[in-house]
Design a protein around this ligand. Structure first.
Ligand SMILES: CC(C)(COP(=O)(O)OP(=O)(O)OC[C@H]1O[C@@H](n2cnc3c(N)ncnc32)[C@H](O)[C@@H]1OP(=O)(O)O)[C@@H](O)C(=O)NCCC(=O)NCCS
Length: 307
């Protein structure tokens, strides 16, 4: 038999039974084979991983940027299973890395998420390749850019077409009229080859506790252009522009199956709560700067949201 027989990682004794590793390994299908108090072994796929302390441990800290282990990469199942693991991980001691480029931080063909625990260990969760799946590069290349004054009617038309009522279109107009909420350059449009606006994603100022953050809402694509990447392109454009401006935290209330692909995870994992009742999985947050501290508290939306 080829391949690894086992991998052994040394940890300080207090980290050996940590919930972070137990949850991640269990969640990824590893089976706990042995627990001898100062160490544990988990098996999967014919190999095992030992996390153990040792009396010979020379240095209790781990620095993955030094020579030695950088990260462990695990099979994560389908793309949506990887999305689910990434969404749940924040509740179990793991912080997502490279969220703004999720799930393709490793390249357009590589669907994966990266996690870091408090001790600085990095884990990668990789989706299996799906036979016949269309690589993102072959989808239409939507051009994205910040909206200009000339786009206002087109943006309104997209919002009206995408939603059953005028509520979202009116919301965008009300936010644009609120200088405390609106940030020039963070309303992004996706346009087709003819230069017609087909998609829109909006980031406006909100608060988490008393600290500034951004709310992503609404996101809309013309119905006949939906599911062709235009929404994702506009959202990624807006998030990238926000990151370039030094913003960190973005909040979204929306489809729990859609937003994790941009790196959003349950906001409750960071102690961020909505000012209204919603299913926990629908209220999500994204850190644009993994090094920045994440504020906790209740989200305060601009008045235009009417909450
Ligand atoms: C949601 C929306 C903005 C997404 O934009 P889009 O351009 O259609 O989406 P993309 O092409 O970038 O991404 C496609 C993926 O989005 C996901 N998706 C799209 N709409 C979704 C929805 N309503 N719920 C869950 N996932 C959805 C699908 O999983 C799809 O994946 P697939 O390619 O495997 O089918 C767009 O569909 C839309 O305007 N919908 C109506 C308005 C709305 O619901 N807005 C969001 C409010 S939270």
């Amino acid at each position: 038999m080829n391949g690894f027989h086992h991998l052994e990682i040394w940890l300080p004794a207090h980290e050996v039974g940590g919930e972070d590793w137990s949850w991640l390994l269990g969640r990824l299908g590893f089976v706990l084979e042995q627990d001898w108090g100062t160490g544990r072994s988990w098996s999967a796929g014919g190999a095992y991983l030992t996390l153990t302390s040792s009396p010979n441990l020379a240095d209790a800290s781990h620095d993955r940027r030094r020579a030695g282990l950088n990260h462990l990469a695990f099979h994560g199942g389908t793309a949506s299973e990887v999305d689910a693991v990434m969404a749940e991980a924040t509740e179990h001691g793991w912080t997502p890395l490279y969220q703004d480029r999720y799930p393709h931080a490793g390249g357009p063909q590589h669907y994966a998420g990266w996690l870091e625990n408090a001790a600085g260990f990095k884990a990668e969760v990789v989706a299996e390749e799906t036979a016949g799946s269309e690589p993102p590069a072959e989808r239409p290349a939507w051009r994205v850019r910040p909206e200009t004054a000339a786009d206002r009617e087109a943006v309104r038309a997209v919002e009206l077409a995408a939603f059953p009522t005028a509520e979202e279109a009116d919301l965008v107009d009300a936010l644009r009229a609120d200088p405390g909420a609106w940030i020039d350059g963070l309303s992004y449009v996706a346009e087709d080859e003819a230069g017609d606006v087909v998609g829109h994603a909006l980031l406006t100022r909100c608060l988490v506790g008393d600290r500034p953050a951004l709310a992503l809402a609404p996101c809309a694509v013309l119905p006949d252009r939906q599911r062709t990447g235009a929404g994702s392109a506009a959202i990624r454009g807006a998030l990238e522009a926000a990151r370039a401006r030094g913003e960190n935290l973005v909040i979204v209330l929306g489809h729990a199956e859609y937003y994790p692909r941009f790196g959003f995870a349950r906001a409750s994992g960071w102690g961020i709560v909505p000012p209204f009742e919603v299913p926990d999985e629908a209220f999500m947050a994204l850190r644009l700067d993994p090094a920045a501290e994440v504020p906790r508290g209740t989200v305060g939306y601009p008045a235009a949201f009417g909450v």
